[in-house]
Write a protein that binds this ligand. Sequence first.
Ligand SMILES: [Zn+2]
Ligand SMILES: [Zn+2]
Length: 798
Amino acid sequence: MKKPKKTNLKVMKKAVSTEKIIVSGIVQGVGFRPTVWRIAQTLQLQGDVSNTGDGVVIHVKGSQQKINQFVQRIISYKPPLARIDNIERSDLISTYSFFESFTILASTKTSINTGVMADAATCKACFTEIFDTNNHRFQYPFTNCTHCGPRLSIIRNIPYDREQTSMANFLLCERCNDEYTTESNRRFHAQPNACINCGPQCSLVDKFGNKIAIENAISDVAQYLLAGKIIAIKGIGGFHLAALASNQQAVSTLRQRKCRPSKPFALMAKDSCMVEKYCLLLKNEKALLESPAAPIILLLKKKQQKKENKKLANNIAADQNTLGFMLPNSPLHHLLLNSIDEPIILTSANISHEPPCISNDTALDKLKDIADFFLLHNRDIENRVDDSVIRFINGAPQFLRRARGYAPQSIVLSSEFNEAPQILALGADIKNTFCLLKNGQAIISQHMGDLENYATYCDFRHNLTLYQRLFQHQPEHIAVDAHPEYSANKTGSEIALNQAVPLHTIQHHHAHIASCLAENNYRLHDKAVLGIVLDGLGYGEDKTLWGGEFLHANYEKSNRLAFFKPVALIGGTVAIKQPWRNLYAQLSTCLGWKWVKKHYNQTTLVNLLAEKPLKTLDAMLDKNINCPLTSSVGRLFDAVAAAVGLCFEHIEYEGQAAIALENKITKKAWKKAHFNFYPFSVSQGIVDSSPMWKALLKDISNAVSTADISAKFHKGLSLIIQDQTDELTKKHTIETVVLSGGVFQNKTLFEDVYNGLTTSGLCVLSHRHVSANDGGISLGQAVIVAARLIKENESKRE
Ligand SMILES: [Zn+2]
Ligand SMILES: [Zn+2]
């Protein structure tokens, strides 16, 4: 954003000047002009405000000091959904000095360019209306205005007009139309504007689709939930399954029917006071919880709760020290939660790894064996947008999943990227997102999930077409991962072939680093950084699987300086699901199985492993059958977790073993680990876990607690990362370090590494706007291609 221009107050103090101010960003369709008008009124300034293709244009007359104040207040008091990317100010000649008041100029239809925004939770004004018995929107579950309501989830095409959304079927009543067409009204051009007389309606049906209630649908659902039933509820971006969080039996039934034995369920509470009964809620966590994006936030469980609080079932997030809470994101949720007055489970309504249902018919078909009743409505969800998930690490939010409330908000890149052509990057196959680069901005899709699932893949194709249409994007270059098997790559090749545009393959971990550089506005020509990328698996330059990397990288290229010692992934993808395989691979590679057996024959660990078909595994290793090598730190975490008996046999979801291991650390154990941690060794840039395994086995045989073992592992790992970083940054005169990859979503590890490195004087960049896991890859791929093309052009010019 440009700084307000400097003013020589002594000269200008009494002079009256006139300025033209252009505000660009997300400024149309969000109630920006009435806000500008109000600020102008309070400062007694004259002029006008209008919408143009360039953004909001303001003409303003007054003293220089007041105009400066005016601009400052626009920045400070912008409407909730607005985002100011730039403010351009210029002097106007005297023809404009006849202004006598401040007016909002009418918009012609073509002058409004609202773009596509993220779905936003109910604003305060709408919230007040739905609980006001005198308001005609009292208890109306689809109330919204320009400050709130569905956006991405209901759009079909641009321009963003009612006819191009799933509100097209609902004809505005006279009263709603008045609001919609009155410039000063909060609902002026609020495309989903509706009321009880003209808008969508709810209905409650049983699992056979028989209507049970219409008028009292929401209060009936509340009664059913209180009685222990499971209800499928149509939300903003998809269906959820709801159950009463205090009802152990209902939660068990939900787990059983959903075939989801242990993965934590998200909760919804009616307000942050209710959340605070169960979790510690810091100021910035509360602010984000209550923000228009209304994400799920992972919050630390309170150890002790007041007796008067409804006790939550202990099978919601067993073995975790956090609970994922969100607040209502639609009036429907507000009305429901208000009549229940205790938290409910609200988990994405899907079956076996498929994406959540969005249509009434699919929900009734697919969820008939899970839900007892269905709370439906007749406003179609055009585009699936799952709930976003955030965890605060080191006091700042980090995305575990970026979707509802955030997508398709663009990320403004460092200005050199303005000259990049239009690029489409297709991301990774796990936690997939794609990214469109255009006009120096990166538009990242909502998280879609794992593309190996056919329904998710279909969703990915649907969104690709949608985003290209919504953002009028015509890719001149396509970027994909280097992995030969990714479905995203096949799609990329196909598009590149059909549209005759170049295809670029980008190394996975380089993309991780570049995404972090991009979201931190790192400049294109700035010095290369040390990127530390720890994750599950990514295809490496040497055709092995990487995942524990120290890369010397800038936007254009990367060079592998160091990495964790590669260990076989016995059985390939099976080993990702079965941590004991990684344990066996680690022990065989680092210490030799014979040695382990000889020294630790009496331990449970050795006994458990001995029951496995180790001969077959050895044969596979010998003949190198389906045993790709990997330097993955994600797999190292799985192996350590398995060694202490956590998720030994299998994991239900990615990262489960690592989360379980981190959760075992107690404050006391962590303190002790500062003085007593596991050693790692390094030789010629290869970090070797052998000394760590030796020490860990000794602790296991001495019955050291899991809390201590976990703490000593985390601390040892953090210190070897810091030592390696220290050595590499000195050797290569690097000042900036990037931390990326899903393993850094481990709060203990991230905070210790981050704080250690910053204390030693390094500048550390981490993820804030995109996910550190594979959800961030697409952004990295796009900026790498952009950087290479820009640099190529520069060298041609020279
Ligand atoms: Zn509102
Ligand atoms: Zn109406």
